[in-house]
Design a binder for this molecule. Sequence first.
Ligand code: SF4
Length: 325
Amino acid sequence: MRRAGKRVLLAAPRGYCAGVDRAVIAVEKALEQYGAPIYVRHEIVHNKYVVRTLEKKGAIFVDKTAEVPEGSIVMFSAHGVAPVVHEEAAERRLATIDATCPLVTKVHKEAVRFANEDYDILLIGHDGHEEVIGTSGEAPDHITLVDGPGDVAGVEVRDESKVVWLSQTTLSVDETMETVDALKQKFPQLISPPSDDICYATQNRQIAVKQMGADADLVIVVGSKNSSNSVRLVEVALGAGAGASHLVDGADEIDEAWLEGVSTVGLTSGASVPEVLVEGVLEWLSQRGFEDVEIVKAAEESITFSLPKELRRDLRAEAAALAEK
Ligand code: SF4
């Protein structure tokens, strides 16, 4: 039975971004074109459901290039890799497909350019995140990681007149600006990246959650725990005034107790989350009387990226030739 006053605020945009869409399709296309197995270094995108689905189709996810048998095809994930990983793959005679998101590649190129100009690069990001490891690997001697405002006091540079900040693509916009402000206090000549490093998808999903946060007693974010942009959405929801916010991989992880006294539920999903998981949560909520769904629209998204160019080649033949060398 439907209970009065219960509603869902559904964020738009939510879910898959152009980089994730491209990476997932790249694995599927590679499996279709070359057959299983296709090795993928690290999770292609940070989502359990996506990874399990691709595993069933024949993708094998590995942590290290050394785990991939010589002469195989390996794909690099959307988060990007350091140049040393390309070198390791060449040494193992692997045919490679690079599914790094073009917006991550943009940050890599910025890092290389500023390093060539001998800048000290302050990379704002989360210690240990794959994207940060990949970007840092482009210019390890020039990059210092700054993991939030608390790190700023300990940052040292060689020349205060040649310092630039860059960032991970999936950070909280507000928290990043706090870190930048603290860095600017310390290094007044700090220069900013030529364009936003935090990507359009991360920003749009945060704007939508901000718009709904104050009206929501509870915000449910669909996403995996290791998905940086999904975790940020929980923080942004709480910062915007949501009564509570939780990250779930799917409807089966929602705790009934979260709904106590709740009449408005905000719902969104991270950039690596397929819509089917959001539909599952909507269904779960509908069964509990939350049938009215209002869209909270922050932006239109129409960006798409072309598939990795390597998919146009006969990589099985290349891998076989490499293995014979
Ligand atoms: S979140 Fe942004 S940077 Fe990451 S894959 Fe998506 S579009 Fe690319």
